[in-house]
Design a binder for this molecule. Sequence first.
Ligand code: HEC
Length: 111
Amino acid sequence: MRYLLRLSIGVLVVGAIINAPADAQAPPPPADPSATGAQLFASTCGFCHQNGGRAPGRGPKLAGTERPDEFIVNRIRLGKEGAMPAYGRAFSDAQIRSLVAYIRSLKDDSQ
Ligand code: HEC
């Protein structure tokens, strides 16, 4: 009995480890087309890019980024394997542009 219990705990732990990276790749829910860049960011990105992108969390701080717009657009569209989900299907080009505009509007004053 005890052996069985340990075995099932083991299976649960292994299952959780295997499932963990899959969460980062889960397809994001469709976005509200009328939302602004700030709203889109707060509802979709803020979970990983803390304090509205002003501080590092699961993902890096975005305020004050020196990346070109093209890099940011591509990162939002394509995501990054095992790190950040791809939003190319969830967001229109206009929504992605509004996200880039929001990131550009952030003041890099935390450090
Ligand atoms: C599940 C967590 C997660 C979510 C949700 C997420 N990101 Fe990310 N993001 C990351 C991680 C982790 C990285 C760093 C990837 C790497 O190693 O380059 C990253 C990197 C980035 C970068 C590149 C930063 C740089 O200079 O290298 C941008 C821009 C970015 N994210 C924007 C967004 C936007 C906009 C959203 C919402 C549409 C979003 N992210 C949602 C985790 C996330």
